[in-house]
Design a protein around this ligand. Structure first.
Ligand code: M6R
Length: 357
């Protein structure tokens, strides 16, 4: 039920802090240790490479998951768009483990890959919000997102839930492999949940920013480097889907290799700056576009901010920044769509789950 909310998209965006707390509860034992099935731990340890298969927003969550698994658990990971993988399979490693990321668990493109890799005899783990779904039933193992039903076509809380569960999987695998990590994930996720709450309380600011930067825009570009780049592609998809403004996410350094030709007087650029090691570099990319007339909105993280930034995110652990930086992008998309009088929960031409290949 939507309750007092005008749209499911806003309700589901607001639910994200609670979803993160729910995930913490579900994946923790009575001694505050991470809790995962022994069979999943075994499969993670055995794998020499992980192949994440997904579509749309779930694919974007997979890009974040790759970084978490590689950096924390030291396993090589490839992330593939399901519809490409099924017709153009890359060379596989000797002991691959496939992870199917899917909110609905019903995406036909992902299922086609699952059927193929099962025929080849490879193990599969599905991470989904729908326990009895096809992808869950047909895989060897399942991890649940515990996000509650997601009704809006534009995915919000499933994205952050997928990243949180992938972070848990990465940290758990690191522990199982005896890799020492310098932070406590449960504690850091609790900080993330609080930060998300601070963000969802700032709707008026996001509404104003959407009006100032997006409401009259024909197109918009999201730029970021490293972990921020992964969130930029999701921010752009969100904006496209619900507002129909043409939007793209770019790696900060790549824009000047062609796309900068599209920058005109007033073109909105939304830049994320949450990563210390690329803060200087992304700031110079912002300068490059501003000097060509762009209307730049910088969203930075506390500690890295500058006076001219449009919005500053509360500080969270550097590997978990996508969980918070995506929230203002979801809200910007929502308010831009409202201001343009779009059908937010049911954008044209889209269905909640795509069950045809
Ligand atoms: O149910 P799934 O996670 O497998 O769905 C994948 C995509 O169809 C989905 O994320 C789609 O891109 C959303 N409309 C994004 O908001």
């Amino acid at each position: 039920e939507k309750g007092t909310y005008a749209h499911y998209m806003l309700k589901e965006t607001d639910e994200q802090p609670f979803v993160i707390r729910n995930i913490i509860k579900e994946y923790q034992d009575e001694n505050n240790n991470l809790k995962l099935d022994a069979a999943i731990r075994e499969a993670m340890k055995k794998a020499d490479r992980i192949y994440i298969i997904a579509a749309g927003t779930s694919y974007h969550a997979g890009l974040v998951g790759k970084e978490l698994l590689e950096k924390l658990a030291n396993i090589p990971v490839e992330v593939h768009v399901a519809s490409e993988f099924s017709y153009n399979m890359p060379l596989l490693s000797e002991k691959p483990l496939f992870i199917f990321l899917s909110q609905s668990g019903e995406t036909a493109d992902s299922r086609a890959v699952l059927v193929k890799i099962k025929e080849m005899g490879h193990p599969a783990l599905t991470i989904t919000n729908v326990p009895g779904s096809t992808l869950s039933r047909e895989a060897d193992y399942t991890l649940h997102l515990y996000a509650g039903p997601e009704i809006a076509v534009a995915s919000t809380k499933a994205y952050t839930a997928q990243i949180a569960v992938l972070a848990i999987l990465a940290v758990d695998t690191a522990k199982e492999k005896g890799i020492e990590l310098s932070f406590d994930l449960i504690q850091e996720l609790a900080i993330v949940a609080n930060a998300m709450e601070v963000l969802t309380d700032q709707k008026e600011t996001m509404e104003e920013l959407a009006r100032d930067y997006l409401a009259t825009a024909r197109n918009a570009f999201f730029i970021g480097r490293s972990a921020d780049y992964n969130v930029c592609v999701e921010g752009a998809l969100k904006l496209k889907e619900v507002s129909y403004i043409q939007a793209e996410g770019f790696a900060g350094g790549e824009l000047k290799h062609g796309t900068i030709a599209l920058i005109e007087e007033g073109t909105p650029i939304i830049a994320l700056a949450t990563q210390e090691n690329v803060n200087y570099a992304i700031r110079s990319n912002v300068q490059e576009v501003v000097s060509r007339g762009a209307n730049a909105m910088v969203i930075s993280m506390k500690g890295l901010e500058q006076d001219t930034d449009a919005f500053v995110l509360p500080h969270v652990h550097e590997v978990l920044t996508p969980l918070v930086s995506v929230v203002p992008l979801q809200l910007l998309a929502y308010y831009a769509a409202l201001q343009l009088d779009r059908d937010v929960d049911k954008p044209r031409n889209l269905a909640k789950s795509v069950t045809v290949e």
